[in-house]
Design a protein around this ligand. Sequence first.
Ligand code: IMP
Length: 422
Amino acid sequence: MANIILVGAQWGDEGKGKIIDVLTEQADIVVRSQGGNNAGHTVYLGSKKYVLHLVPSGILRKRKVCVIGNGVVIDPISLVGEIEGLRKLGIRMGSNLLISETAHLVFPYHRELDAQREVLKGKNKIGTTKRGIGPAYGDKAARTGLRMLDLIKPDSFAEKLKLKIRDNNEILKAFGAKPLQYKKVLESYAEAGAKLKPFVGNTVVFLHEACMARRNILFEGAQGTFLDLDHGTYPYVTSSNTTAGGACTGSGVPPHHMDRVLGVMKAYTTRVGEGPFPTENAELGDFLHGLGREFGATTGRARRCGWFDAVATAHATMVNGIDELAVTNVDGLDTLDVVRVCVAYRWRGNRLDRVPADLEILNECEPVFVEFPGWKTDTSKARRWKDLPAKARAYLNAIAELTGSSLSIVSVGPAREQTLFL
Ligand code: IMP
C-alpha cells in the first residue's frame, strides 16, 4: 500500500472515517497526527455504529497498530472513556494502541476558556466544539503546556498541575467563570494517567522503525483543509495543521517517507461552525437534513450545506499535494433534478479563480455555477464504477477534473461494501 496521508479537502466531515476504515485493510499502522477530541469519525460495521474521537479508526480491525502522535492534543478523561467504550464493544485494547509521550494534554480550564472566549467574541464567535482545543494548542505554542510525559509521573504531575490550576483560575475569575478545584482535577487526571500509562511510549522511534521495515502506514487526517490554522479561513479554523504537512510534524515521520496524498471530499460541501462558505445553500441544507443527513458526529449540530465548491477543492489539491481523490456521499444527491458546481467566484464584477485569503473579500464572493443534470437513480446499491448512472459518472469526473486530481474511490453509503474503487 505504501505510506498514505489522508486529508479532508473541504471543511471537515468529508466522510474520512469510512474511507480510513476501508483503506486500513491494507495498512499495518494507522496514525492520528493532529487535532483532538473535536474530531468525530463515524464508522458503521454491520448494524453497529462507532464514533471515534481520538483513537484512530484502524482500531476496529484486527492486527493493526494505532498511533496517537505527538501533534495530537489529548483530553485524558475523554480518551479513557473512548478506550473503555471500545472494550465494552469487544475491541481488544492493548499493544494495538500507542500514545505519544510528547502529545500535549487538554485540561478542564482549556475547555472553560474555549467556552468563555466564544462568549466574549459574541457574534464573531468561531463556533468551536468547546473541547478546549484552541487553548490547549495555545499553551503548547506558548511553551506552558503539560504533556503525556508529565501525566504518567504522578508525583511531579501533582506539583505541575497545582501551578497550572492556580494560574488559570486567575484567568477564569477575570472572565467571571467558576474557578476549578485542584484536588478534584488531580484525582480524575491521576486516575486517567494510571489507565493510559501502559499505552504511552516513543511513537517517533516506533514509526521510524516501521518505515525502515517498510510497513504500510496510513496517516488519518482530522478536520479539513479549510479548517487548517495556516491555510484555512482564519480565524474560523481549528488550531492545528489539518493539511498534509501536519502529518509529518505531528508524527515525526519525515516527508521523504510519504508516498501519496489522498484527498477526501463530499460530492457537495458542508461546514459546521461559523465562517465564510461561498456555496452555502439553505434549500440544499433543508433537503439533506430532511433525509436525516448532515448532523455533526461530535456535537450533533446540523451542518451548514452547500453545492460542491471546485475553487476550494482545487486550492486543497495545491496545498496538500493531493494525488488522488475519494468522493463520498454521492447517494445524498440521488433524487435531485439538477446538481450545481461552483467553478469560480464573482467579486464586485471580477471573476476570481482562486480562494482569496482576505475574508472581507471571500464573504462578498458569489459562486459562479455550472449545472449538471441529476441522475435520479439510487446509487447506494452500486458496487462498481460502471454500476453508476452515466450522469453521476459525468458529474464525478467533472468535479475531479476541476479539483485537479484523479478519482480513485467513490463512496455511495456508510457501509464498507458501498465503496467503489476505480
Ligand atoms: P475547534 O476545533 O473546536 O476549536 O473548532 C474550530 C472550528 O473547527 C469550528 O468551526 C468547528 O466546528 C470546526 N471543527 C473542529 N473539528 C471539526 C471536525 O472534526 N469536523 C468539522 N468541523 C470541525
